[in-house]
Design a binder for this molecule. Structure first.
Ligand code: AR6
Length: 178
């Protein structure tokens, strides 16, 4: 059973084996946590993303999928890039996209385990530019992590005390020790 931690802070300074990036399908960078990871990790990460686009992922990384690269100058060994769904607004589409958000977490955790990572740090995927409501994003993140057999340490790194509070409340409501 993994240990789930909730911390407030910057994901780029976490001392873990793998850091998950909330990327976009192009894998060629962006703002938010994606921009921060590329800026802190240096150009090696983008170079490897470009190689992936030129070889195995010519059409980009589909929503809900994950792929690993070097972590460049970061303390971590790997960056695991995933693509969360854009919030579609309340309505019938929300359930289908919610499943894709869970896929993004599940595939990232499975990839971390297959790489041999014992610890992984994750941001609140889709809860920024992609507009996912924070409480719902927290429920999906935490329930997916709690159902995952590995890695040993799953640390959600929340960028603001407000988001940390949202995750803490969701964990309590779901009966997840974090
Ligand atoms: N450490 C931890 N969390 C962070 C950091 C950081 N350094 N910086 C931002 N966050 P977002 P998305 C939080 O927008 O919604 C990019 O341009 C942020 O406050 O980074 O999945 C990509 O290229 C929020 O809670 O990702 C895509 O185009 C959470 O990380 C698009 O944004 C996610 O916000 C993806 O949008």
């Amino acid at each position: 059973m993994p240990r789930i931690e909730l911390v407030t802070g910057d994901i780029t300074v976490q001392q873990v084996d793998a850091i998950v990036n909330a990327a976009n399908s192009s894998l060629l960078g962006g703002g938010g946590v994606d921009g921060a990871i590329h800026a802190a990790g240096g150009p090696e990460i983008l170079a490897e993303c470009r190689r992936l686009r030129a070889t195995s992922l010519p059409d980009g990384l589909p929503t809900g999928q994950s792929v690993a690269t070097t972590a460049g100058r970061l303390h971590a060994r790997w960056v695991i890039h995933t693509v969360g769904p854009v919030w579609p607004g309340d309505g019938p589409e929300a359930d289908a996209r919610r499943a894709l958000l869970a896929d993004a977490y599940r595939n990232s955790l499975e990839l971390a385990e297959s790489l041999g990572a014992a610890s992984v740090a994750l941001p609140a995927v889709s809860a920024g530019v992609y507009g996912w409501p924070a409480a719902d994003a927290a429920r999906v993140a935490l329930s997916t992590a709690a159902a995952s057999p590995a890695p040993e340490l799953i640390r959600f790194v929340l960028f603001s005390p407000t988001m940390h509070g949202v995750f803490t409340e969701a964990a309590t409501a779901l009966g997840i020790e974090a």
